[in-house]
Design a binder for this molecule. Structure first.
Ligand SMILES: C[S@@+](CC[C@H](N)C(=O)[O-])C[C@H]1O[C@@H](n2cnc3c(N)ncnc32)[C@H](O)[C@@H]1O
Length: 201
C-alpha cells in the first residue's frame, strides 16, 4: 500500500545504458578515500584475496590489487568491465569479470569483500539477496569492509540510503561488527558516509 506523500516507486536502473551514455556521476576516477586510509592502516595478509562487487571502472579494485590482494572485480555492465580492463590492463593480481553479484556470486570465497556504492545501487527489495551473496562469498575469518550511505532509503532513483538498524538486521545474523567510523570522503559526499568492518566468525 502507498501512503499519500510517499515517493513514487523507483524506475529500475539500466546500468549498461548509463555507461554507454557516459552518464556515470558516481565515477570519481580514484579509489574511495575511506578505502585508501583503511588499507594504509591494515597490511594485506600474505596471499589475501579480495572481491569488489559492482566494481564499475575498477578504481577500488585496482587499489586493493596494488596493496597486494589477489583481486576479483565484478560488474553487471559489460561496458564498465571493458572500460576497467582498458584503464587497468595486464595486472597479474587483478581480474575483471562480468556478472550479477545478486544472482550468481563468484563460486570461490574471499578474505575480503569491499562494498562501495553497490548496496545503495540495488533495489531495496534485493538487499536480502545481497546479504546472501555476501555470506556465500566470505571465507571463515573473512572481512566485509563497507562504505554505506546514511541518507534516506526511499528515493526516486539510486543512491538508496540505509541506516544502522537495517544493516545490523541484514548482516549481524552471520557477521560480527568490529568497527564503525566516519571515513574521509569524496567532496560531494560530506557527512553521508559511514564505514563498517565486519568479520565472519
Ligand atoms: C553506482 S555504480 C558504482 C560503481 C563503482 N563501485 C564506483 O564507485 O565507481 C553501481 C555499479 O554496480 C553495478 N551493478 C548494479 N547491480 C549489480 C549486480 N547485481 N551485480 C554486479 N554489479 C551490479 C553497476 O553496473 C554499476 O557499475
Amino acid at each position: 500500500m502507498k501512503f499519500k506523500g510517499s515517493p513514487p516507486d523507483p524506475m529500475p536502473t539500466d546500468w549498461e545504458e548509463r555507461y554507454l551514455a557516459e552518464d556515470t556521476p558516481w565515477n570519481k576516477d580514484l579509489p574511495a578515500p575511506g578505502l585508501v586510509d583503511w588499507s594504509d592502516r591494515n597490511p594485506t595478509p600474505r596471499g589475501g584475496s579480495a572481491l569488489v562487487p559492482g566494481c564499475g571502472i575498477g578504481h577500488d579494485a585496482h587499489h586493493l590489487a596494488s596493496s597486494g590482494y589477489l583481486t576479483t572485480a565484478l560488474d553487471l555492465s559489460p561496458t564498465a568491465i571493458g572500460l576497467a580492463q582498458e584503464k587497468y590492463p595486464g595486472i597479474a593480481n587483478l581480474h575483471f569479470r562480468e556478472g550479477d553479484f545478486l544472482q550468481n556470486p563468484p563460486k570461490e570465497k574471499f578474505d575480503l569483500v569491499f562494498e562501495h556504492t553497490l548496496f545503495c545501487a540495488i533495489d531495496l527489495d534485493r538487499r536480502q539477496d545481497y546479504a546472501c551473496s555476501l555470506k556465500d562469498s566470505l571465507k571463515p575469518g573473512g572481512l566485509f569492509l563497507a562504505i554505506h550511505f546514511f541518507i534516506p532509503r526511499e528515493q526516486e532513483e539510486p543512491p538508496f540510503g540505509t541506516n544502522l538498524e537495517e544493516i545490523t538486521d541484514l548482516f549481524s545474523p552471520f557477521l560480527e561488527l568490529r568497527e564503525q567510523w566516519t571515513p574521509r570522503n569524496f567532496p560531494n559526499r560530506e557527512g553521508e558516509e559511514q564505514m563498517f568492518l565486519w568479520g565472519m566468525p
